[in-house]
Design a protein around this ligand. Sequence first.
Ligand code: GDP
Length: 269
Amino acid sequence: EGSRMEGSSRQSESSREDGCDGGVQAEDGGGDGEDGEEVFPEIRLNLPTPNKVKVKNAEYLKSCVTVSDCPPPRFPEFAVIGRSNVGKSSLINMLTGRKELALVSKEPGKTRCINHFLINDSWYLVDLPGYGFAKVGLQGRQQFDSFTREYFTRRPNLAMVLLLVDASVPPQRIDLQYANWLTDNEVPFALVFTKADKRRKGLNAAVRDSHVTAFKRQLLQDLAFLPPSLLTSSAKGLGRGELLNFIAALRVAYERSGRLEAIRQGMLR
Ligand code: GDP
């Protein structure tokens, strides 16, 4: 078990206990899958499987710039982050089925805020400022907005960060840096690839897939295991059910065990 984790600069040695609901398990892929696709070592969350999750209510709560201003941490929270133009607003629209929601975050004065939405009166969806646009001089992963950083490390009910990555372009350094920063700071996150439908001139599905594959491969140069990942297209409604189910499962795990980061640390040390 421990040997799987060898060579990792970031993950602690594994001493996980199997069978713990809501825990994190790492599976070593290292080969080809049944359908010939490349398989990567990926952290697997041992989660319940809800189905037919519906968004019945979605309301905008507030915009803030400090963690202490955020709504009371009564519900599990899921934060969406990514480069500007990655498709964050479109994903929030798709997920909630409410066009006006993500528009709120684009109002003047709110683009640099932590925007909270309450879904089904039971969980928070949080829209964080996009990064990487007009952000010259970002030299390393230690240097992004201090309040976003404060939010990631201090928000007690943060169940999972959804790091959006554009599947229609080759791996971007800043996204890889972001993933590394989240890992270094033990913030639980999943990769949500966006724009899976997108075809540029001369590009086809194979190229799109290769962007996803290339991103994962590059990330594995730094991490021992990949976080969970999902492929979505807001234009085509792809991945909506899967993402809602994923969030629902994480909510159950959160209710049982609290912030998933705690579980991960407990499982891997
Ligand atoms: P944000 O800046 O991250 O909020 O990104 P937006 O949601 O505003 O999207 C940025 C651009 O990408 C817009 O022109 C969208 O129409 C486009 N876009 C977003 N999601 C998709 C998608 O799933 N497929 C395609 N083809 N385009 C998308």
